[in-house]
Design a protein around this ligand. Structure first.
Ligand code: ZN
Ligand code: ZN
Length: 240
C-alpha cells in the first residue's frame, strides 16, 4: 500500500537567523517533490517569546510550543544549556493536542513535526552530540548550533543539507532492507554511501578512511542520489 503524505508542521525557535527558514524550506520541498504530492500541506512558523506554554502553577500546558519541547528536553535555563535530543524526539512522536488543549480526534492522521532550535543537542542513546535526530514517519529536531561559524553561502547549503537529511529519515530513508549503496551503522534507518544528502557525518569520516565512500568535495550534499530518489518514490507513488 502506498503512503500518503500528511500535513507537515515546522516550528522554529525565536531569534533564529533569517537565512534558516528559506534553507529549511528549500531542503524539505526538494525532497517532497519525489513523493509525487503536487501541493504538500506545509506550515512553517516561528515561535514568539510571548508563547505561553506554562500554566499559572508552573506545569506545562498541553499545547506544545517550541519552548514546551525545549523544556521537555531538559532544564535549558541551567548553565549547560544542553538538551536531551532523545527526550524531545519522543515528545515529538506523541499525539498533538490542539492549541486549546483539545486532542485531535482519534484516527486522524498525525502531522510530521520538525523542530528547528539553536541549542546544543545531546543524544544519550547515541552517546554523542547531534546536529539533528529523526524518527521515521514521525518527526525530527535540528539545531543551528553547528552552523554558526559558517559563511553565509555555506550556511544555507549546510541547512538545506541538514533539513533534507533529517526529513529524509522522517520519510523512511534509507530503508533498512536496502543493502546496496547503503550502510547500517546502528541507527533506526540506514545511511547512503553515494554522494547524497543521506550520507552522514561520522559515516563520511569512517567511509573515506576505509575506502567505501568516494571523496566528495561537497561536504554538505544538498541533493538526493538517484537510488534514494527511487526509494522515496517507492514509498509514496504508484508504479503505474
Ligand atoms: Zn542520519
Ligand atoms: Zn542516496
Amino acid at each position: 500500500m502506498k503512503r500518503t503524505l500528511p500535513f507537515i508542521r515546522i516550528r522554529e525557535q525565536e531569534w533564529m537567523d533569517d537565512a534558516v527558514r528559506p534553507a529549511v524550506l528549500e531542503g524539505i520541498c526538494y525532497l517532497l517533490q519525489f513523493t509525487g504530492e503536487k501541493e504538500p500541506n506545509l506550515q512553517y512558523s516561528r515561535a514568539d517569546r510571548t508563547e505561553d506554554y506554562r500554566n499559572a502553577d508552573g506545569s506545562l500546558k498541553p499545547y506544545k510550543s517550541v519552548d514546551w519541547y525545549r523544556t521537555r528536553g531538559g532544564d535549558w535555563k541551567k548553565k549547560t544549556g544542553e538538551l536531551n535530543a532523545d527526550a524531545i524526539l519522543s515528545a515529538l512522536c506523541e499525539r498533538t493536542p490542539r492549541k486549546g488543549g483539545l486532542w485531535s480526534p482519534r484516527g486522524s492522521r498525525e502531522p510530521y513535526k520538525i523542530l528547528v532550535v539553536q541549542d546544543k543537542l545531546y543524544s544519550p542513546k547515541n552517546e554523542r552530540y547531534v546536529n539533528g535526530i529523526a524518527q521515521e514517519w514521525k518527526g525530527a529536531i535540528i539545531t543551528s548550533l553547528g552552523a554558526r561559524k559558517l559563511v553565509k553561502e555555506r550556511f544555507s547549503q549546510y541547512f538545506r543539507h541538514l533539513a533534507m537529511h533529517e526529513m529524509g529519515h522522517v520519510l523512511g530513508l534509507v530503508p533498512k532492507e536496502r543493502t546496496e549503496e547503503a550502510v547500517d551503522n546502528g541507527c533506526t534507518r540506514n545511511h547512503c554511501t553515494n554522494s547524497c544528502a543521506m550520507r552522514n557525518g561520522s559515516l563520511m569520516e569512517k567511509g573515506l578512511l576505509n575506502g567505501f565512500l568516494t571523496p566528495d568535495k561537497n561536504t554538505y550534499p544538498d541533493y538526493l542520489c538517484s537510488r534514494c530518489q527511487e526509494d522515496l518514490r517507492g514509498y509514496f507513488q504508484d508504479k503505474s
